[in-house]
Design a protein around this ligand. Structure first.
Ligand code: GLU
Length: 419
């Protein structure tokens, strides 16, 4: 039992145990690697538009500090708790290590539904959260970024709050900022573009031609919407999309322009059309070439894994597939290609790293330079996972996590136990 105990942290712990067994990590070393270095819980009192005060709980978990500052997103979600935050921080550690970034993993957020706040209230929550975090973060300590429920504007408020405290502009305190404030070109699109890039690699391996291939995307926030666009740009037909308000399915292909116009107006998919509506749970089990879960954790479980009919599972979300589902999906090795989350959605943090480097140097790159370097980093990570999976006869997930865990372990061993 730890303060993190709960369904999401238990899932991350189970995944880690599989890797630790595979790598032969002795019991006495496991908690050292697994448990977060630091966790903060803060109260964020915010004045509401009606004059009342609401207090929201905020969290930040810094998983390990062996390689440099910690890095990870900030999630605004009503159901967020410290256990989920810790699991997401741990996954960031393996993700950054796999991509070769000089970071430990972190994650944070506020237990609040951002859609239930006015813009003024959202600014209040954002500023108060960053204000409470000032003693724990810094460009060399912990660098935040967007995640579910946050965006460039929230990062701009974070940056301003930190900069006002320091007395000068500190763009390198957060990534995923507006370009006008020292953000990088290509960051907003980075995760989704990365997913589509890796899907193309997986399609080469599976000998599926992009023209005529079909894809379903679950989740239509920044990651899902850009993933759908980028796959469509590569010639795939998007036949299904869904978010927490509605799901649509059309085997002839959905009209992404019309959908994006609707989402720009109303913020969600719900209300887009009376045609093509489908039960959201069914979306995941419809036949398609590529299934990209781009929303929350634990949507592919032991209960539906045997009904998944795609040939490529591209995990844009963090932790969409439970270890129980993995046991079922592993039976289909050869006919199903899984691009595991810590590889599949790594484009976001890779370009966040580029943003931080540009801010530190105050020297800014063009968008094609960002995209070329992103593709190179993803290709390297993809090749490393493929080679490891082939060498040791592992699933892609085990191979990816083994590389990540091994790198963190090596760094911690080299630095040694202090004092
Ligand atoms: N929130 C994103 C993730 O889960 C991005 C993190 C970052 O850019 O630091 O990977």
């Amino acid at each position: 039992m730890t303060i993190y105990t709960g369904p999401v942290f238990d899932m991350a712990r189970r995944q880690f145990a599989v890797i630790a067994d595979h790598l032969g990590i002795p019991e006495r070393e496991r908690d050292w690697l697994l448990l977060p270095k630091r966790s903060m819980t803060v109260s964020c009192p915010v004045r509401r538009d009606d004059g009342e005060v609401s207090v929201f709980e905020g969290y930040r978990v810094q998983h390990h500090l062996a390689l440099g500052p910690t890095k990870g997103g900030t999630r605004f979600s009503a159901s967020l708790d410290i256990g989920e935050t810790a699991a997401l921080a741990m996954w960031m550690s393996w993700k950054c290590a796999l991509a070769g970034l000089p970071y430990g993993g972190a994650k944070g957020g506020v237990a609040v539904d951002p859609n239930a706040l006015s813009r003024r209230e959202l600014e209040g929550v954002s500023r108060r959260y960053m204000q409470e975090m000032i003693p724990f973060v810094g460009p060399q300590i912990d660098v935040m970024a967007p995640d579910m429920g946050t965006n460039e504007q929230v990062m701009a408020w974070f940056m301003d709050t930190y900069s006002m405290y320091r007395g000068s502009a500190v763009p390198e305190i957060v990534t995923g900022k507006p370009v006008e404030l020292g953000g990088t070109l290509g960051r907003r699109e980075a995760t989704g573009r990365g997913v589509a890039f890796l899907v193309a690699r997986a399609m080469e391996r599976m000998k599926i031609a992009p023209r005529g291939a079909t894809a379903i995307v679950q989740g239509y926030g920044n990651v899902g919407s850009v993933t759908a666009r980028a796959m469509s740009g590569r010639g795939l037909r998007i036949i299904g999309i869904g978010d927490h308000t509605a799901a649509y399915y059309d085997p002839k292909g959905l009209d992404l322009d019309a959908i994006d116009r609707h989402v720009a107006k109303s913020g969600v998919l719900g209300g887009y059309s009376a045609q093509g509506l489908i039960e959201p749970d069914l979306l995941l089990t419809m036949p398609c070439d590529v299934l990209a879960p781009c929303a929350v954790e634990r949507v592919i479980t032991h209960a539906n894994a045997d009904k998944i009919k795609c040939r490529i599972l591209a995990e844009g979300a963090n932790g969409p597939t439970t270890p129980g589902a993995d046991l079922i999906l592993d039976q289909r090795k050869g006919e199903l290609f899984i691009i595991p989350d810590i590889l599949c959605n790594a484009g976001g943090v890779i370009v966040s790293y580029f943003e931080w480097v540009q801010d530190l140097q105050q020297y800014y790159w063009g968008e094609s330079e960002v995209t070329d370097k992103l593709n190179l980093a993803l290709d390297r990570a993809f090749a490393a996972v493929e080679a490891r999976a082939a060498r040791d006869n592992l699933s892609n997930r085990t191979a990816a996590m083994a590389i990540g865990v091994e790198k963190v372990r090596k760094a911690m061993q080299l630095r040694g136990l202090f004092p």
